[in-house]
Design a protein around this ligand. Structure first.
Ligand SMILES: NC(=O)c1ccc[n+]([C@@H]2O[C@H](COP(=O)([O-])OP(=O)(O)OC[C@H]3O[C@@H](n4cnc5c(N)ncnc54)[C@H](OP(=O)(O)O)[C@@H]3O)[C@@H](O)[C@H]2O)c1
Length: 286
């Protein structure tokens, strides 16, 4: 493969390299009439070397995981498979049981990454202990968290084995830049990448799609507005984005965005339209 055709990557704390664009699956598997297209979309992503597929026990109450099973059949080794445990299942024995259920629905005997979907009432030390146990049993390769703000990450860091956290998955897009103030710098210092969810602001945020500057840049780079928005999320080199695309054509576009480099002047134009934070902004969530 020629150097210029190689997909940009980020590196996990254990040295694993991953393409900076992956695939989300929220709402996939919930509508029978879209099932075929969604499976094709995920397979197209794997053909495009998008390794990460992100799902969760919550999505469609397990239906998203079942759809992923079908999409990755016979291609398990090409996938970096991520699932999430709900905070209501974050107690020690419940994590072990939830993981077994996810593995069964996904038709695999291991997850590449298992995330706590968001913080609940269970002490972090208990959930981390369960994650470590799953690692020892070979059921997960590594674990991480989601929707953790900087103070949550600080707390996690002081829990036994908390420093084994591989990733924090949070909301990040042009209209939600609060994490640039403190969370991205904190994680950068600790070497823990950000996994950006809703990188396209769920596809319907008019502030991005109808923004004149974004549209002008799309024209200048001969790409779509979504590709500008997506490419922007990974410019720092510390973020892996997981757009959800139920249509194969969208997946191909998203994969192309991994190699789109926005120059300094154009990044500054985007800063003007979508200003970076100048003080602490509480973590946004959906
Ligand atoms: N950890 C958490 O709490 C959390 C929360 C939210 C999301 N997530 C994860 O992050 C993933 C992504 O977030 P999201 O699904 O909420 O929103 P998103 O990825 O920002 O947006 C998805 C929407 O964008 C559209 N789209 C995708 N590629 C496109 C393209 N190239 N051109 C035009 N439209 C395009 C999709 O349409 P089509 O489907 O029609 O292609 C879909 O309607 C989720 O699926 C999930 O895996 C995690």
């Amino acid at each position: 493969m020629k150097e210029e055709n190689m997909m940009k990557t980020i590196t996990l704390p254990d040295g694993t390299e991953l393409a900076t664009i992956g695939q989300g699956t929220w709402y996939m598997g919930e509508n029978e009439s879209r099932r075929h297209d969604e499976i094709q979309a995920l397979r197209t992503g794997l053909d495009q070397e998008l390794q990460v597929i992100d799902t969760a026990e919550m999505y469609g109450d397990g239906r998203s995981e079942r759809l992923v099973q079908e999409a990755i059949a016979n291609r398990r080794e090409k996938v970096f498979l991520v699932s999430k445990v709900l905070p209501s299942n974050a107690a020690f024995d419940d994590v072990l049981a939830a993981c077994n259920r996810s593995l069964e629905r996904l038709g695999t005997d291991y997850l590449d990454l298992y995330l706590l979907h968001w913080r609940g009432a269970v002490p972090l030390s208990e959930t981390v202990a369960a994650f470590e146990q799953l690692k020892e049993e070979g059921k997960i390769k590594r674990w991480g968290v989601s929707n953790f703000d900087t103070d949550d990450m600080e707390e996690l860091w002081n829990v036994e084995n908390g420093k084994n956290c591989a990733v924090n998955q949070v909301l990040y897009n042009l209209t939600a830049r609060g994490i640039e103030y403190d969370l991205i710098p904190w994680q950068k210092e600790k070497g823990i990448p950000i996994m950006a969810y809703c990188p396209l602001a769920q596809g319907d945020r008019k502030e991005i799609l109808h923004n004149d500057t974004v549209r002008e840049l799309a024209k200048a780079y001969e790409v779509s507005v979504s590709q500008i928005a997506l490419a922007w999320t990974i410019q720092s080199g510390h973020v892996l984005s997981i757009p959800k695309a139920g249509q194969a054509a969208h997946v191909v576009e998203n994969a192309e965005a991994a190699n789109l480099v926005l120059n300094k002047e154009d990044l500054a134009k985007l800063d003007k339209e979508f200003p970076p934070p100048t003080s602490k902004v509480p973590l946004e969530v959906v």
